[in-house]
Design a protein around this ligand. Structure first.
Ligand SMILES: CC/C=C\C=C\CC(=O)SCCNC(=O)CCNC(=O)[C@H](O)C(C)(C)COP(=O)(O)OP(=O)(O)OC[C@H]1O[C@@H](n2cnc3c(N)ncnc32)[C@H](O)[C@@H]1OP(=O)(O)O
Length: 307
């Protein structure tokens, strides 16, 4: 039994190193940093920081930003140097949501089409592109820590609802703003916010009235788990949290995120079946053995190889 586990590990190690070589050449950090609307930095070993970077427009999300968010989180998902990601905004506000000027360009594109089916096709493509951008945070198995200051409006709420942990400053405010611009939110808030905030009444109130939710109420309702005095202490707190997570087994951390997300959307039994399938593989990883031995012998936590 033990021999067969060791043999299968030798086989797996061989194929893993080939895959790692391919990924390392295709998914380098340099490749990740080529963004116009995002700034990507490494704060501490394994702790990456994605910043929305259109401060002159309060980080309004133009089409380039929607596309780059998707690309960035897809790349980080396969970057073994990255174990945890902080998401924040540069400048006065986290983000004021969709770029309203960009949105009006779509209207011009639609106006060129006489037929409803052709117009629908354009809108369908755009909505799915923007949905996929937000969902890329959730599909990325590395935990994402949202660090929010100032305004977080419309598309910003969609974005932070796809993060795993949310911290904010005491001046932060959140606004599900879509109804005020004449639309029903369509890229995640209506699906994810009710699963974050326990009170359906509060979610409905926020989505239907577009009123601002201030930091204190955001904490009280469970939208954020910690409130900081200012941006500096917010980012310091987010980085400290990132370091704690990054020191743990990436097999365990990524498996935990994956299964939390899966279980949110499935029955308890389906979630249990999923984790059983997952762990029948992952319990054979070196991380499990090394971490268990360290705990049992009260040794310092082991270092884990990249994943
Ligand atoms: C498929 C669809 C997917 C997603 C849909 C999402 C829906 C949404 O996101 S709804 C939310 C849309 N956003 C808004 O309604 C907020 C708009 N902004 C504001 O109301 C204000 O900027 C403010 C946040 C109240 C701040 O006001 P103020 O301090 O007076 O600053 P401004 O002068 O207004 O802004 C400075 C500068 O930034 C530009 N800007 C800010 N937000 C946006 C935006 N969302 N889109 C485009 N541009 C924005 C603003 O125009 C100014 O630029 P200048 O070049 O200096 O004029």
């Amino acid at each position: 039994m033990i021999r067969s586990i060791i043999n299968s590990r030798i086989f797996l190690n061989g194929s893993q190193s080939i895959i790692k070589t391919i990924c390392a050449s295709r998914m380098s950090t340099e490749a990740c940093s080529q963004y116009k609307t995002l700034k990507l930095t490494v704060e501490k070993p394994f702790v990456y920081h994605v910043q929305l970077q259109r401060p002159e427009k309060y980080n309004a999300m133009n089409q380039t930003m929607w596309i780059e968010i998707g690309k960035c989180f897809q790349e980080l998902a396969y970057n073994g140097d990255c174990r945890v990601i902080i998401l924040s905004g540069i400048g006065k506000h986290f983000t004021t949501g969709i770029d309203l000027m960009d949105a009006s360009k779509i209207a011009a594109e639609l106006a060129e089409q006489d037929d409803v089916a052709r117009r629908c096709k354009i809108l369908n493509k755009m909505i799915h592109l923007y949905q996929d951008s937000i969902t890329s945070l959730e599909k990325c198995n590395k935990p994402v820590i949202g660090a929010i200051h100032g305004a977080c409006i419309g598309g910003g709420v969609d974005l932070i609802c796809a993060t795993d942990i949310r911290y904010c400053t005491e001046d932060a405010w959140f606004q599900v703003k879509e109804v005020d611009i004449g639309m029903a939110a369509d890229v995640g808030t209506l699906q994810r916010l009710p699963r974050i905030i326990g009170s359906a009444s509060l979610v409905n109130e926020l989505a239907l009235t577009c009123r601002k939710l201030q930091a204190g109420e955001a904490k009280e309702s469970g939208l954020v788990s910690k409130v900081f005095n200012n941006v500096e202490s917010l980012l310091q707190g987010a980085i400290e949290l990132g370091v704690v997570i990054a020191e743990k087994s990436p097999v365990a951390v990524q498996g935990t995120k994956r299964n939390l997300v899966y279980s949110r959307d499935h029955t308890v039994q389906e979630g249990l079946d999923h984790i059983a399938d997952w762990n029948q593989t992952m319990l054979q990883s070196d991380d499990f053995m090394n971490a268990t031995v360290a705990q049992a012998t009260k040794s310092p936590p082991p270092t884990f190889s990249k994943l």
